[in-house]
Write a protein that binds this ligand. Structure first.
Ligand code: ZN
Length: 195
């Protein structure tokens, strides 16, 4: 069944969302956005993950989202979910899946249950043929990691860091995680707690 799309950042949460769909026998379409994020490298990870999962994947360029406050792009999920709506319609998708989790709650207002509920209220009022589905919304990051491991998600193939650092020598270079940003800390804590 191909009735869902997953907002696919290349991170752990969206990788788990995609894997959960596969386990249900679904074949979701993975949708990534380039909005000028500080960690564009995540889009390469998204592409590789999608290939590994053998799922259809598309990346769309959006106008750059400015005004980042700390790690937060105000309104980002609202923008990304809205941008995904016509994609859902054109693919007859009944669910737009987003990987918000409980650990995002404090810092990211647009990851809260009430925010997603309100969006679903808008979808219902507008009689849109899809819902916004946030299957991880009651899980802590530790529980997300636990579930991802149980579902066979290769954590090493996901990307979380917001502030990648270029690591270079004379002969090669690659992007590495900063180890200090909110995403790095949350990820490390969650993984260490599952070790
Ligand atoms: Zn980082």
């Amino acid at each position: 069944m191909n009735d869902s799309i997953v907002l696919f950042s290349g991170g752990l949460d969206s990788a788990l969302c995609a894997e959960m769909e596969i386990r249900k026998g679904n074949r979701p379409r993975l949708v990534s956005f380039n909005y000028g994020q500080s960690n564009l490298i995540e889009l390469e990870y998204a592409e590789q993950l999608a290939t590994g999962m053998n799922l259809p994947h598309e990346t769309h360029k959006l106008p750059r989202i400015h005004g980042k406050i700390g790690d937060v792009y105000p309104g980002r999920n609202l923008i990304l979910i809205s941008a995904a709506m016509p994609i859902a319609c054109s693919n007859n998708a009944k669910r737009i899946i987003i990987g918000c989790n409980l650990t995002d709650y404090n810092e990211f207002p647009d990851c809260r249950i009430r925010f997603i509920d309100r969006l679903n209220g808008i979808c219902e009022q507008a009689k849109y043929p899809f819902i916004i589905d946030a299957p991880l919304i009651n899980l802590t990051k530790k529980e997300v990691v636990e579930k991802a491991i149980a579902y066979g998600v290769n954590l090493g193939k996901t990307w979380s860091c917001y502030q990648p650092k270029k690591i270079a020598t004379e002969t090669w270079s690659h992007w590495g995680e900063c180890g200090k940003c909110g995403a790095c800390m949350v990820r490390r804590n969650a993984i260490e707690n599952n070790a």
